[in-house]
Design a binder for this molecule. Structure first.
Ligand code: SGN
Ligand code: CA
Length: 692
């Protein structure tokens, strides 16, 4: 065992981390240095776990964890999306503070994370499976992760490759099998070869049950004998809420791909396009035997569907069954993984008595609730994260934890258990007090904070922040095009069907919640989400805008963030701005955007990428570069940018630093209808655009 010597050598680290958890001395759980097996899945909603009262499936192994340990009834994420939840777990910080606000960001792996600290205090650390944070994992003795979302069948893993050629430090290996089974198997293999004299952290992170729900061969036959009960809100008409819920693109009725999501075989595969064609690529990964088993499992059901061709509500019901059965089959594989890891411990009582096992998932999911799949919203189904943990002898068996807990608490908890220095800046707190047999029922926190950023992206869920207490929830959709509040009384209206934000009877409660929301934003130092002011009524992917005299400082957290105005049609305009360079922000970029309003997302983005010293025109497809030119830039001075958009000639001309590039505009654009600023994952200062 490592001891004080190691801890002393951590002096440098300790300065960064602050003092050891103040709870360390108070509870025998603190500093007990257990092994930690963290089993984590992707998109597994608590209402698909029988211990949480699922109406749709059984999860005997997760249930066993709950009956031998603690089930957290009110555990929530702070941003219901994969990458953000993972970054929060690692750092104990809400998204704005760890910098990973939306999928597509790149995690700054140099920041302090709980695995790094555990490693420093003598833990062996391993990460197997889904990662989805773009940068390479740090703080793990062993890691094997899926690239991006990963594949279900015969997935590739990225692994370190110290001898890589051409400066490469990683390589990909493809392993035959199903992602869930492989993640379990590789985890068990690592456990078997670990150093038995040191405590360990294993993060066993499944891809399942993420879209597009491809169960393992052994789970394909499940649920064939019975329909899955429908949720009460499958045919929600969104009447009781603001306009946002109606505008989403995540409904079972309208936004599922027949082949990709519902895996109905195409009549002519060569005609498949876009997302549906991805399914063909996934099939190509399968071995002939896997493919045969797969097709056989769905054969008769597919034939019946094609024959009967259900329409309207019947079609939605059919899609719900198909989606849910595959989702729940994937869940079954994850539950089996929990069982296999528990069985490994059962066979090793000496290890088991020093091991805490935790099950969780990155956010919740809509299981047809409100007519949806996917997550993102602050409504209960996606806000809730399952959290179940057991450590026989140390934690109560079968106790429900009712306090409001959050993913910001995970890292602080693990470090507290390990007796390691706490993450000084963490927003979360160790859960040890609520886990403890002695203090378990004491108050923990009165409200949780939420902030979702990935607006106008896949599924079209607007940015929002909000607060949830044990009974109420207040949400602000802050982008100027929505600028709406929702409030729910979860006791009276558990399905969140009636927005009471404007209901006078609740005015006093609302004002208290608003106050609490302001306080939480201050407490966590979240100044993102201030994009209003009304000057640019359409924003997307913008985290913050500030007026600096006549200039705008804009923080974009998306590849393609923008703030736009509508205008009367103009046939020929010249727009000029200066983009000021910001010291230390070499990755800065900035664009003038013009659009003739031909459907969502069609815009021309004209501007400058400082890092590449490159002038570009992109569009009308949002990230398609149609013209570019390089030029010298001293790395300091601002760049003056002039864009001429001629809607008669359907041509756009961009001039900067003596360079000139041109590109065509869509023929359907007869005049400029929208204009404004854009940037991609950058902080940029622009002078006010002059228009002629
Ligand atoms: C993919 C999915 C989306 C999902 C996001 C985020 N489409 O884009 O449905 O919302 O991931 O999921 S898919 O066609 O690739 O399956 S997350 O869990 O990674 O945040
Ligand atoms: Ca997820």
């Amino acid at each position: 065992m490592r001891s004080h010597a190691t801890l002393l050598s951590l002096l440098g680290l300790a300065c960064l981390l602050g003092q050891t958890s103040s709870l360390a001395a108070q509870d025998s759980l603190s500093g007990s240095r257990p092994n930690i097996i963290f089993i984590f899945s992707d998109d597994h909603a608590s209402h698909a776990i029988s211990a949480y009262g699922s109406r749709v499936n059984k999860t005997p192994h997760i249930d066993r964890l709950a009956s031998e340990g603690l089930l957290f009834r009110n555990n929530f994420c702070g941003n219901a999306l994969c990458g953000p939840s993972r970054a929060t777990i690692l750092t104990g910080l809400h998204s704005h503070a760890n910098g990973f606000m939306r999928n597509g960001n790149r995690f700054n792996g140099d920041q302090i994370t709980f695995p790094k600290v555990l490693q420093k205090v003598g833990y062996q650390t391993a990460l197997i499976g889904k990662w989805h944070l773009s940068s390479d994992p740090q703080g793990f003795d062993k890691w094997m992760v899926f690239p991006g979302q990963g594949n279900y069948y015969n997935p590739d893993f990225i692994v370190p490759d110290p001898e890589g050629k051409n400066g490469r430090t990683t390589k990909r290996v493809r392993i035959e099998g199903h992602a869930t089974n492989l993640t379990t198997k590789l985890s068990l293999e690592w456990l078997d070869q670990r150093d038995e004299d040191r405590p360990f952290l294993l993060m066993c992170q499944h891809k399942a049950p993420h879209r597009n729900w491809q169960p393992a061969p052994e789970d394909l036959g499940l649920f064939n004998d019975r329909p899955i009960p429908e949720p009460e809100t499958l045919f929600d008409d969104y009447k009781g809420r603001g306009p946002m819920a109606k505008a989403q693109e995540m409904s079972i009725a309208n936004h599922m791909f027949l082949h990709y999501d519902l895996i109905v075989p195409p009549l002519d595969p060569s005609k498949l396009k876009g997302t549906d064609a991805v399914w063909l690529g996934q099939r190509k990964r399968m071995t002939p035997a896997q493919l045969l088993g797969w097709d056989k499992a769905f054969e008769s059901e597919n034939a019946a569907f094609l024959r009967e061709d259900p329409q309207g509500k019947e079609r939605v019901r059919w899609a719900y069954q198909r989606y849910m059965k595959n989702y729940l089959r994937c869940v079954n594989g994850v539950d089996r993984s929990v069982g296999e890891l528990l069985a490994w411990l059962d066979e090793r009582p000496d290890v088991k008595k020093n091991t805490i096992v935790i099950y969780s998932s990155d956010q919740g999911f809509y299981l047809g609730d409100h007519g949806w799949y996917d997550k993102r919203w602050m409504y209960e189904e996606s806000l809730r994260m399952p959290l179940v943990m057991s450590w026989p002898g140390h934690l109560d068996a079968g106790r429900e934890v009712k306090q409001l807990t959050q993913n910001i608490d995970f890292g602080p908890t693990f470090l507290d258990l390990a007796g390691a220095p706490a993450l000084a800046a963490a927003h979360g707190r160790s859960l040890v007090p609520v886990m403890s047999k002695k203090t378990g029922t004491e108050p923990f926190r009165d409200a949780i904070y939420y902030h979702y950023y990935e607006s106008q992206a896949v599924h079209m869920v607007p940015a929002m922040y909000g607060v949830r207490t044990d009974r109420y929830k207040l949400v602000r959709y802050y982008e100027p095009q929505w600028d709406t509040w929702e409030m729910f009384d979860l006791e009276e209206d558990p399905n969140e069907m009636n927005n009471i934000a404007e209901n006078k009877d609740y005015a006093a409660i609302r004002s208290k919640l608003e106050q609490r929301l302001v306080e939480l934003r201050q407490q966590y130092n979240d100044d993102t989400g201030n994009v209003g002011g009304g000057e640019f009524p359409l924003t997307s992917g913008i985290a913050r805008v500030e007026r600096e005299g006549k200039a705008y400082r804009m923080w974009s957290n998306a590849p393609g963030g923008y703030m736009l105005k509508l205008c009367e049609p103009k046939a020929n305009v010249t727009l000029t701005t200066s983009m000021l360079s910001i010291a230390g922000k070499q990755r800065q970029n900035g664009f003038i955007i013009v659009s003739g309003l031909q459907g969502r997302g069609a815009m021309m983005r004209c501007g400058f990428e400082f890092a590449r010293k490159r002038l570009v025109i992109m569009g009308p497809r949002w990230n398609k570069i149609v013209a570019s030119d390089r030029f010298e830039w001293d790395g300091k001075s601002g760049i003056e940018l002039t864009v001429n958009a001629d809607f008669d000639k359907h041509e756009i001309v961009v001039v900067a630093a003596g360079r000139r590039i041109t590109a065509p505009m869509p023929a359907a654009w007869t005049g400029m209808r929208q204009w404004g600023y854009g940037a991609s994952n950058a902080e940029t200062v622009f002078t006010a655009i002059k228009m002629q």
